[in-house]
Design a protein around this ligand. Structure first.
Ligand code: FMN
Length: 287
């Protein structure tokens, strides 16, 4: 099922098998569940690709957030939140029936935002996705993968051993991820260059594509009515070529996004409920 959010913030669905692509309102019995509280913690966009916010909300004691949580209030724009790194200890082994059994290693999910804008809608969506993921599985390690510092890819960098300093940590960070979520606006019916550049940097040198085989999901948005459909589809094409495992359903196009963000930068309750379809499916997808 494909979901769209309309200008009235009504959820409408389009059956993928139907030839009639006209959006139809979902029956009231399928309307979203009541909102749940956002997870605690503040997520900050980092200032270097090697330095990402690594935040775990877990059943074991929650790590103390440093600069990011202190006095940050509720505004979650990239510009207003200071950088921080939070170390997360691996889970302790637990005793079960007299035997020591290690907990499953928590999944590490990277979120990449295709916008550099200080008050980016995409960043607000990414913040909301992070909170929803942690609601879904408190042991997740969620980190934002920053692509702002990556110089435009030039094949000579790799061919002549002139790799920019920011490339290796970026490639290592992506390599270590278990799954990736792309949150992108639409630029001229495609993905913004910053996102395409990050994909290109991670795809090279030839034979060392760090994106390969990773499960991934796409969320696109736009202040316009069609939710970045063009960007979403173009991105899908690129990720397919990069041999990523793309979650196909539910597709997520957030239209009229300006109406879905509260003055404090948080997603509206209705949009959170809508996005929960995506995050719940994604957690299934990556397990
Ligand atoms: C170069 C450029 C091209 C754009 N092209 C599109 C477009 O094709 N479709 C669209 O819906 N919005 C387009 N927009 C408007 C963006 O959706 C809008 O600026 C949005 O706020 C960008 O996302 P952000 O808030 O995450 O930065 C474009 C904006 C820019 C700067």
């Amino acid at each position: 099922m494909n979901y769209f959010l309309t200008s009235q913030n009504r959820r409408v669905a389009v059956a993928p098998s139907s030839n009639d692509r006209t959006p139809r309102a979902l029956p009231s019995s399928r309307k979203a569940a009541p909102a749940m509280a956002l997870a605690n913690g503040t997520w900050s966009e980092m200032d270097a690709p090697s330095c990402s916010a690594l935040i775990s909300s877990s059943t074991t004691p929650r790590p103390t957030l440093t600069a990011a949580s202190a006095g940050s209030g509720s505004t979650l724009t990239a510009a207003s939140v200071p950088s921080a790194t939070v170390a997360v200890a691996p889970p302790e082994p637990v005793a079960i029936s007299g035997q020591l059994k290690s907990l499953e290693q928590p999944k590490r999910i990277g979120i990449i935002v295709g916008s550099l804008r200080a008050d980016s809608f995409s960043q607000a969506i990414a913040n909301g996705i992070r909170a929803l993921l942690i609601e879904g599985d408190s042991r997740l390690l969620i980190e934002q993968v920053n692509s702002a510092e990556l110089p435009l890819y030039n094949q000579d960098f790799d061919d002549f051993n002139q790799t920019p300093a920011s490339y290796p940590p970026f490639r290592r960070q992506v390599s270590a991820l278990d799954a990736v979520i792309f949150v992108t606006p639409e630029y001229n019916r495609s993905v913004p260059a910053v996102l395409k550049n990050a994909l290109d940097v991670g795809s090279r040198p030839a034979g060392q594509n760090v994106w390969a085989k990773k499960p991934c999901g796409i969320v696109s948005s736009s202040p316009g009515p069609i939710g970045g459909f063009g960007a979403n589809q173009h991105l899908k094409q690129v990720l397919g070529f990069l041999n990523m495992r793309i979650m196909q359903q539910p597709e997520m196009y957030l239209g009229k996004i300006a109406e879905s963000i509260e003055p404090d930068g948080q997603l509206s309750e209705r949009t959170r409920n809508f996005l929960r379809h995506f995050t719940d499916a994604f957690l299934q997808w990556i397990t």
